[in-house]
Design a protein around this ligand. Structure first.
Ligand code: THU
Length: 135
């Protein structure tokens, strides 16, 4: 499936306009295409208790599950200027669970695989292999 990056970026930009970022004043929007063709969008939501801030990608992953689950295939994350913003470390981890290493991420210099943005990721496989046996 060919990814319509311009459409995805425009949707992320529209979502960024709805961001709630009175503290950092960095508006962020995220838009993703799911493997079954859904378009999801979300924005960042800050809080007076700064540490409770929700990145746009948090909302995106919630939308994925609220809409029936599945897998993310491509994602565009932009700031209020409409230009790509690299996901923070925590959100790279969230995206790994939702899209896997082959998730395509738009960057300012082109498309990257999530595996290149988060190499040697910790995943559910590590849990399976390393958890203690039941007592
Ligand atoms: N932010 C995101 O929404 N996603 C990221 O991947 C990076 C950071 C938001 C959180 C906060 O509202 C603002 O950007 C500044 O950190």
């Amino acid at each position: 499936m060919a990814i319509e990056w311009a459409r995805l970026r425009a949707a992320a930009g529209e979502a960024a306009r709805h961001g709630y970022a009175p503290y950092s004043r960095l508006l962020v929007g995220a838009a993703a295409l799911t493997a079954d063709g859904r378009l999801l969008t979300a924005c960042n939501v800050e809080n007076a208790s700064y540490g409770l801030t929700l990145c746009a990608e948090c909302g995106l992953v919630s939308m994925l599950h609220a809409g029936g689950g599945g897998r993310l295939e491509a994602v565009s994350i932009v700031a209020g200027d409409g230009e790509p913003l690299l996901p923070c470390g925590r959100c790279r981890q969230l995206l790994m669970e939702a899209g896997g290493p082959s998730l395509l991420v738009e960057t300012a210099t082109g498309t990257a695989r999530l595996a290149d943005l988060l190499p040697a990721a910790f995943t559910g496989d590590d849990l399976e292999e390393r958890r203690e046996p039941p007592t």
